[in-house]
Design a protein around this ligand. Structure first.
Ligand code: ZN
Length: 368
């Protein structure tokens, strides 16, 4: 594949869902106009990478996964001089960038203010490795930040472990909590204490929530919740639905939760989630990213209780800035560094996916 003397880089490629990863080399060329060539420092395995790898959601093959990425600038393409906040960019700078890029100005971006839903939007770690410039996922040596991405320079004080989940996990929860309208004094229920749920609990507290209740069947995650702002961690498998609803509502005086966030990916939790809410409460879906997530709910309850029901997919570029600022401002209050609890070399990616898929680690990181 690579010509001797020409620069090349490794990528972990899978040819079909569940097929073993293979390390292959692909050429690295100078960045074109609007591109940035980055040497990857760390990529974390997101739950959606696992869903793609297992074939639960469509992803082109042979594929390269990974979209929670940070890296160091090797070379800036023509026209890229500053990050989205106006800080000058140079070779050697450590950066994060939006998990998606758009083809150019369009109605979704200019009129609807939904760039993340632009026609033709593409995401890092969601393209066939055969597509130029090959290096557009996180599990490899290099990545090209492609035109119409949003780039942020990372402050030196942040560790790689704190910085890597910012452009997916943290930014997504910035958007979810924004759409939930979490404010001073709110009682918030978080369904699922995986990475999204833990960041969600911490962000809810930072937004002024008085009470956060976290639900998860994994004991280790319920224990971890206390460090991320969860006041009461409950095991939803330990009681029937009526008992769970009564318990949650009793904790959220006087008449139920202001906000419920779904970040567990299980559509069957939506019905009980709506029952946790007070009249006028808000329910936001953030985790059910797989198609065919059918569920039967009594929509009369949504009408009678004046419930607001919202979905969030990807995030607005402003949420990326907020995510970085939130982690930087709260890194002493919440132990974000510890969330990345497994580190693997690129050759160990198969084991990393297995450990992450079986929830032996909370966030597995590939350090090439
Ligand atoms: Zn992700």
């Amino acid at each position: 594949m690579a010509v001797p003397g020409e620069r090349s880089g490794r990528l972990a490629v899978y040819d079909a869902p569940n097929a073993p990863f293979e390390i292959r080399r692909f050429p690295v060329r100078p960045p074109r106009r609007g591109e940035v060539l980055v040497k990857i420092r760390m990529s974390t395995i997101c739950r959606s990478d696992i869903h793609s790898y297992l074939g639960h959601r469509p992803n082109p093959c042979p594929g390269v996964l990974g979209h929670e990425i940070i890296g160091t600038i090797v070379e800036l393409g023509e026209g890229i001089t500053h990050d989205m906040r106006g800080a000058p960019l140079a070779a050697g700078d450590r950066i994060t960038w939006s998990e998606y890029f758009i083809p150019g100005p369009n109605y979704c971006t200019e009129v609807l203010d939904l760039p993340q839903k632009s026609p033709g939007v593409e995401k890092y770690g969601h393209m066939a490795v055969t597509q130029d410039p090959h290096h557009h996922g996180g599990f490899g040596d290099y990545c090209y930040v492609l035109p119409q991405s949003w780039i942020l320079k990372l402050p030196a004080e942040l560790t790689d472990e704190e910085a890597t989940p910012i452009n997916c996990g943290v930014a997504t929860m910035m958007c979810v909590t924004e759409r939930a309208g979490i404010g001073m004094g709110d009682a918030v229920v978080v369904q699922g204490l995986g990475l999204l749920g833990l960041y969600g609990a911490a962000i809810a507290k930072a937004r002024g929530a008085r009470l956060v209740i976290g639900l998860d069947t994994v004991a280790a995650r319920r224990e971890l919740g206390a460090k991320f702002g969860v006041d009461h961690a409950l095991d939803p498998a330990s009681m029937d639905e009526a008992g769970l609803v009564a318990t949650v509502r009793a904790l959220c005086q006087p008449e139920g939760a202001d906000v419920v966030l779904e970040v567990c990916g299980s559509p069957e939790v939506v019905a009980s989630g709506i029952r946790f809410l007070r009249n006028g409460g808000r329910y936001v879906l953030g985790g059910v990213v797989n198609p065919d997530a059918f569920v039967s709910i009594d929509v009369n309850q949504i009408l009678r209780k004046l419930i607001t029901l919202r979905g969030v997919h990807n995030y607005h570029p402003r949420n990326l800035i907020e995510a970085l600022d939130f982690v930087q401002a709260n890194r002493k209050r919440f132990p974000f560094h510890d969330l990345v609890d497994g580190k693997y070399r690129l050759e160990e990616i198969g084991r990393a996916f297995k450990d992450a898929g079986e929830r032996r680690v909370l966030r597995a990181a590939i350090v090439p």
